[in-house]
Every structure is written in structure tokens, then in C-alpha cells.
Design a protein around this ligand. Structure first.
Ligand SMILES: Nc1ncnc2c1ncn2[C@@H]1O[C@H](COP(=O)(O)OP(=O)(O)OP(=O)(O)O)[C@@H](O)[C@H]1O
Ligand SMILES: [Mg+2]
Length: 444
């Protein structure tokens, strides 16, 4: 736009000011005369601005240290602009607000995470010391750690479940109590007997039988800091990033002992190296192994808990002493436990008095906890359908459960069949004895 047209726009703005016009003029002025002349117009942009222009304006403001003026036009409901607000907060040194905005933005738009990380780095560098060239290397390290934290870091979990919410699994609970909870609650006696607190425990068993549930309950039970690691928190598309993140996680756990790091679905991170698709998988495994190694690291007070339903796919280096050397089998629920899970599932729903939990428990051999929960959901659907037809609440009855039973099949049998083969033919050091005992006791 030539100067004459711009001047006539400015004149028009004097007669009838509007947010739209202020936006057009600001962008033109930034280009032709610099940010200072544009600032009075920027202040009058009140309506949300499209992403492309928002970024252009924001960058100009940021360069001149006027990022706070951007708040008048940034739209907090758009992830792409939430990121810009996160950068504003970082410039002000409010990392907590920045973290929240960043997490909110990347939750629904994960692509933003990778494209914006560099911006966050550079903003942080500028915020940390006015001159980007100074201390570049040193800052880079600090930044990296902080931005990872900012991006995805696992927040310590306040677990609301405890052992009362887990039906059955009496043996597993006893073992967990002895090996995990007591050492955290009564450290002095362990110290007197020179027993180390921490180490690794692997929960394994068929899907849907309560591995994740019991890990959460353990957190609720023991009051240690509990870091629940999602695989997606660690895996990163950039080479070397995943290892970094893993390292930071362990560092965080070491810094706040006693702590429990929980890796759900461990096989995704710790799969056999020869099965790995590429060498980056192998790098993660090596990093993971060295983090767990008591010799290289001080892991006193850090307990690594993990779960998997394919223990045979885990790289066997993980199962050696000093790593996940304790393996607990989380079996399918027995009859008593199935009745209890039914009670938990039905407790808060309208039920008819004809429901006989013992009979249902007897007829659901091989069902996992998740199958039973699915059974109750299906019966509830039937009851809702009838309620809608009849115009009044029809409680869940035995007939609904029976109908649902015809549809839902147990899902643990297939797992047990596979596990039996490993237990029979690849039972290194009696690793799967618990599975064999279970099959001998309950299997046909
Ligand atoms: N022992 C149990 N007591 C109460 N509820 C259970 C139990 N086992 C399973 N459930 C129910 O089944 C759901 C699934 O269990 P959970 O997610 O813990 O299974 P999992 O063993 O981690 O399965 P996966 O291997 O597929 O991850 C739970 O949220 C819970 O509703
Ligand atoms: Mg699970």
C-alpha cells in the first residue's frame, strides 16, 4: 500500500474507528514505519484476529518488548493463539501460566507442540538474558529441560483410588504391601537391616484384569510421589528427544524421593531390541536400562513400577537383577472377586432385587474385570431402552444380565493359552510359575 492510501485509511479511522481498520493500519505501519507508530492502533484492536495476522503482529510486538499489548487481540479459545499467550507468559517469567496454556493448546492440537517448541526455546533464551548469543550452550540445556517440563511433563498424581476399590487380587496386594508400601512407610527398619528401598516391579497378566487399577491404588495407598508415565509423554519423533525425556523423568523421581515411577504398557518402550523397527528403539532401551542401573545412578528411594500384558516381548535385559527383578502376576478374577466387581459396578445403579451375584459370578468364568464392567454396561443399556419405551425407570434385572451374557464373551482365555506356551517352553528361572499354578488350579 502506498503512503497516500495509508494516510487516507488513517483519516477514515479518525472518522469511524473500528477494530478491523485498526488491524489493517497496524500491519501496514509495522511494515512501512515500524512498530512505534503502529502501537496506538494495535491498542485499539479489540476483536479476535485470524491466526496468520495474529502471528505477524505478535512477532513484531515481541521483538520490541511489547508482547503484553498482544493480549488485547489474542483469542484464548484458539490453540494456535494460546501458544502465543504462553509465550507472553514466559516473557513475563510466569512459567506456570505458560505451562498451563501450552498444555491446553497442545492437548487438542498435538502438531503445535513440535512446531512451537523452537519458538518457546528462543523466547526463553531472550527472557533469560537479553542477549541471545551469551551463554548459548549453557542455556540451551536448561531450556531444553524446562521446555520438556512445560510441554508434557507428567504431573504428580493425586490418586483417589485405593486397595478397597480393587476386588480380589489378595496375593498381589499382599506382595505390593510388603515390597512397596511398607518400605515407604517404615523406612527406618529397612535402613537398620541395610535393605535398599526402591527397585523395579513388573505387573503382568491378561488385559482388563486390574494392572493399571492396582498401580493407581498403590499410589493412593502409599502416599509417595507417584509419576504416571504415558508412553506418549516419552516417545518423541526427534532423534534423541525420547532418551532426554526419559532421563528427565528419572531425574525428577530421584529429586523427590520417595517416589514411584509408573510405566503403563511397558512393552511399547522396552520391547525386545531385535524386534525393534529401528535403532532409535534400541537407544531408548539402552537409556532406560542405564537409568535403572543402581551402579550408575543413585536410585535409592525410587521405585519403578510397570505393567504389561506381553512380558515375553520385553527385552530380557530388563528382567535382570537390579531392574524389574520382581514380577507379579495379576490373574483374572476368581469367583469371589467377580462377585465383588459386580457389586462395585452395580452399586450406584438402579437394580432389581432378583439379581443374584453368586449365580452371575459362577457363570462368568474367564471374564476379566473389564468384561464384567462391559456386561453391566450392556445390561444397563437394555434397562435404559426399556425405561424409554415404558416411560418410567425399569431397574437392571437378572433378565437384562442374562441377555447381556449371551452377547459378551470372556477375553482372558486367549491370553492364558499364549502364556501357557511361554510358561511351558520358555520359563526362564521359573519366571511364569504363577501362571502355571493358576492354569493348573483353574484351567481345564
Ligand atoms: N480387580 C478388579 N477390581 C475392580 N475392578 C476391576 C478389577 N479388574 C478390572 N476391573 C475393571 O476393569 C477395568 C480395566 O482394568 P485395568 O485398566 O486396570 O486393566 P489392565 O489390566 O490394566 O488392562 P490392560 O492390560 O488392557 O491395560 C477397570 O477400570 C475396572 O473397572
Ligand atoms: Mg492397563
Amino acid at each position: 500500500m502506498d503512503r497516500a492510501s495509508l494516510d487516507s485509511l488513517i483519516a477514515a479511522y479518525g472518522v469511524a474507528p473500528s477494530s478491523d481498520l485498526a488491524l489493517v493500519i497496524s500491519l501496514e505501519l509495522i511494515q512501512s514505519s515500524g512498530i512505534d507508530e503502529a502501537l496506538p492502533f494495535v491498542a485499539n484492536i479489540k476483536a479476535p484476529v485470524d491466526d496468520d495476522r495474529a502471528v505477524r503482529l505478535f512477532d513484531a510486538l515481541l521483538d520490541s518488548g511489547h508482547h503484553n499489548d498482544a493480549r488485547s487481540f489474542l483469542d484464548e479459545s484458539r490453540p494456535s493463539q494460546q501458544i502465543l499467550l504462553a509465550r507472553c507468559a514466559l516473557m513475563d517469567g510466569d512459567t506456570e501460566a505458560a505451562r498451563k496454556l501450552y498444555v491446553a493448546a497442545t492437548k487438542d492440537s498435538p502438531d503445535l507442540a513440535s512446531s512451537e517448541l523452537d519458538n518457546l526455546y528462543s523466547v526463553q533464551r531472550m527472557a533469560a538474558d537479553g542477549n541471545p548469543k551469551n551463554q548459548k550452550v549453557k542455556l540451551r540445556l536448561v531450556e531444553k529441560a524446562e521446555v520438556v517440563e512445560l510441554a508434557t511433563f507428567v504431573q504428580p498424581e493425586q490418586s483417589s483410588v485405593n486397595f478397597d476399590d480393587v476386588a480380589g487380587l489378595v496375593d498381589v496386594k499382599k506382595q505390593i504391601n510388603k515390597k512397596i508400601i511398607l518400605p515407604f512407610q517404615k523406612p527406618s527398619i529397612y535402613q537398620r537391616f541395610k535393605k535398599k528401598i526402591g527397585g523395579g516391579v513388573l505387573l503382568y497378566g491378561p488385559p482388563g484384569c486390574g494392572k493399571t487399577l492396582i498401580a493407581r491404588a498403590t499410589a493412593g495407598q502409599c502416599g509417595a510421589e507417584f509419576l504416571n508415565v504415558e508412553i506418549s509423554d516419552v516417545l518423541d519423533m526427534y532423534i534423541g528427544e525420547s532418551e532426554q525425556k526419559l532421563h528427565r523423568l528419572f531425574e525428577k523421581a530421584r529429586a523427590s524421593t520417595p517416589s514411584v515411577l509408573f510405566f503403563d504398557e511397558l512393552e511399547a518402550l522396552a520391547g525386545k531390541r531385535e524386534h525393534g523397527r529401528n535403532s532409535s528403539g534400541a537407544n531408548i532401551v539402552s537409556q532406560f536400562l542405564s537409568e535403572m542401573d543402581g551402579f550408575a545412578q543413585n536410585n535409592q528411594g525410587v521405585l519403578t513400577l510397570a505393567s504389561t500384558n506381553t512380558p515375553w516381548a520385553i527385552d530380557s535385559a530388563f528382567l535382570r537383577p537390579g531392574r524389574f527383578d520382581r514380577m507379579f502376576f495379576v490373574p483374572p478374577p476368581d469367583k469371589l472377586a467377580r462377585a465383588e466387581i459386580l457389586r462395585l459396578e452395580l452399586a450406584s445403579r438402579p437394580c432389581s432385587s432378583d439379581i443374584n451375584k453368586d449365580v452371575i459370578a459362577s457363570n462368568t468364568s474367564g471374564f476379566s474385570g473389564a468384561d464384567i464392567s462391559n456386561l453391566v454396561e450392556t445390561a444397563a443399556d437394555e434397562a435404559i431402552e426399556e425405561s424409554l419405551e415404558q416411560g418410567g425407570d425399569v431397574p437392571i434385572s437378572m433378565a437384562h444380565i442374562k441377555q447381556a451374557l449371551a452377547e459378551i464373551k470372556p477375553t482372558t482365555i486367549e491370553w492364558l493359552t499364549t502364556a501357557k506356551n511361554y510358561a511351558r517352553y520358555a520359563n526362564d528361572a521359573g519366571r511364569y510359575n504363577d501362571v502355571l499354578d493358576f492354569i493348573n488350579k483353574f484351567g481345564k
